[in-house]
Design a protein around this ligand. Sequence first.
Ligand code: NAP
Length: 348
Amino acid sequence: MTLGFGVVGTGAIGREHINRITNKLSGGKIVAVTDVNQESAKQTVEQYQLDAIIYPDDKALIADENVDAVLVTSWGPAHEATVLAAIEAGKYVFCEKPLATTAEGCMRIVEAEMRHGKKLVQVGFMRRYDSGYVQLKQAIDKGFIGEPLMIHAAHRNPTVDPRYTTDMAVVDTLIHEIDVLHWLVNDDYKSVQVVFPKKTRNALEHLRDPQVFIIETKGGIVINVEVFVNCRYGYDIQCEVVGEEGIVKLPEPAGISFRKDVTLGTKILTDWKDRFIDAYDVEIQDFINSIQKTGEPKGPDAWDGYIAALTADVCVKAQQTGEKEDITLEERPAFYRKNAVCEAVVKN
Ligand code: NAP
């Protein structure tokens, strides 16, 4: 069966997902779209020559019987209401991050999904589908480096929009590390402290940049993540896990090496879309395949959305207080206990 997608939000990532479902992946079809900007929805249908109905809003789109799955790519504050309405109608949901802008909002989604009785929701944390992170997880799970003790990670962007604020370093940037790092070492977060090194002269007045997040897990692993969004030289994601018996490190993205101008080098990417382009393809294909094979999505779930939102809230608080702040998660319900999810991806 072909999975019929209804897309809510035809902005940048909405169009990218529409393109990949229509032109790159198999098993899915865009049957409906909506956007608060109806002109954008219309242009998208024309641009990708979609055989899709343009709806005035998400409620009407969700009610379409040909919509099996709702792709939520509107702006963050609108996500919760759309996801709740889709669950209410028993539709599958692929929701770009954030699942909701607050931990309470994520919890409302968790409760609605549990009431429904079956997993319907996947959150767009695509790093779990990046082949580098998958290789790291395989090595850690097999005990290749023994017990993980520390993680050194960095998230660097060459530059950011002038409207980017200090807290966005958490909710827009660190959020991907927040999701992928606890998954990597199969542990829960316990506390976070934020340290601000000397500020770069390349950051605008209102922005504190760089920042270092020191996160402790319940198992005692200490994670430091540097977020540096005016690093100038490129888009660079680093992750090194130090274990009792050795170290594993994220591979560098593939690229030709060159000898030129008395230099031996490799180009560094500048755009996050290029760095994770394959991971986006794999995550959406996995969403389609899992639903078709098992009746449930297997990717990052609503509980992962809750963990990310709650942890992000505490990280923002830690930015403001400078203190070590506790991360206190609710107990994981049995419904979400087995995240078979990315285990399937890791095995492949
Ligand atoms: P964008 O280009 O601004 O697109 C958002 C679109 O949704 C806009 O067309 C917006 O219309 C529309 N919209 C806003 N509220 C809506 C509503 N209530 N119903 C229907 N449409 C609505 O933003 P984007 O970059 O595509 O980001 C969209 C989401 O994806 C964000 O939550 C973002 O965090 C997430 N994202 C995730 C990743 C990732 O790496 N996983 C990467 C990029 C983005 P107007 O322009 O008229 O407001």
